[in-house]
Design a protein around this ligand. Structure first.
Ligand SMILES: N[C@H](CCC[C@H](N)C(=O)O)C(=O)O
Length: 257
């Protein structure tokens, strides 16, 4: 029987989306997920996301990186899943759903999705870089030549090197434009390449810049390769809460294999 696949993208971070409310998708078939995400032999995407039923919330999110392995929270993917849920009629203009890192609230207006991210209570300032977890692990460091540097090699070296090693981390390179605007490029774990945008990465950069005193703003615009995201938060004695990731989430196509 043919399986229906959708494609959504949020500022260039793209995902194969599957309505798995009938639990028909083989979740243990890593090779099948990697095939579907393969940009030559398959549909092509940075990740694959299942929409599933949930007894207490609007739906459940299951996220896989392009390497086929289930992974931690995907901010852009969560935003795209809210748009997908609306398309399917599962929600109207707001959602509460469960993901691997907990419960998320979201709203959608036209094609813009606002997704509440988890609170961040621990930020590590290592001077050369900042490390924090915004639902996925993120290493953040400045890069003056952000428009032209070898992100794939430098990103891989950091991602596989100590202290991250095999578990790894996503790696974000940032340049300050103003107190309320930063540009970032991200090497993503599990894609093992640069992605045009990383939602948990943009969230990590915004919080990191505030934490190290690069800005006192709590609404920050993030320029990513695939567009623009906005992150807002409240701060209470170095704990970040009411954290929101805002940006477009667009339907690309529906097809079957
Ligand atoms: N590759 C990430 C998960 C997806 C993060 C990114 N796509 C986002 O929008 O947050 C990881 O394995 O930690």
């Amino acid at each position: 029987m043919a399986q229906i696949f959708y494609k959504y993208q949020g500022t260039g971070n793209d995902f194969v989306m599957i309505d798995n409310r009938l639990q028909t998708f083989d979740k243990n078939n890593t090779k099948q997920v990697a095939f579907l995400c393969d940009r030559r032999f398959g549909i092509g995407a940075d990740g694959l996301i299942l929409l599933e039923n949930h007894s207490d919330y609007d739906f459940k999110m299951v996220y896989y990186n392009a390497d086929g392995n289930e992974s931690t929270m995907c901010g852009n993917g969560g935003r795209c899943l809210v748009a997908f849920a609306k398309h399917l009629g599962v929600i109207k203009d707001k959602a509460i759903f469960e993901a691997i890192d907990g419960i998320h609230h979201a709203t959608i207006k036209n094609d813009v999705v606002s997704l509440q991210m988890l609170d961040v209570d621990s930020v590590e300032d290592h001077k050369t870089h900042v490390f924090l977890n915004t639902g996925s692990p993120h290493h953040v460091q400045f890069e003056d030549k952000i428009e032209d540097f070898d992100i794939k090699n430098l990103g891989a070296k950091i991602r596989y090197g100590a202290p991250y090693n095999s578990e790894g981390s996503n790696v974000n390179f940032v340049k300050k434009i103003s107190d309320s605007n930063f540009r970032l490029r991200t090497y993503e774990r599990g894609v093992e390449d640069e992605t045009l945008s990383c939602g948990t990465g943009a969230t990590a950069v915004a919080i990191a810049m505030h934490y190290i005193g690069e800005t006192e703003k709590n609404t920050i615009d993030l320029d990513v390769e695939g567009g623009k995201l906005q992150v807002s938060f409240n701060v209470e004695n170095n704990s970040y809460n009411n954290v929101w990731l805002i940006g477009p989430a667009n339907f690309v196509f529906k097809g079957e294999i």
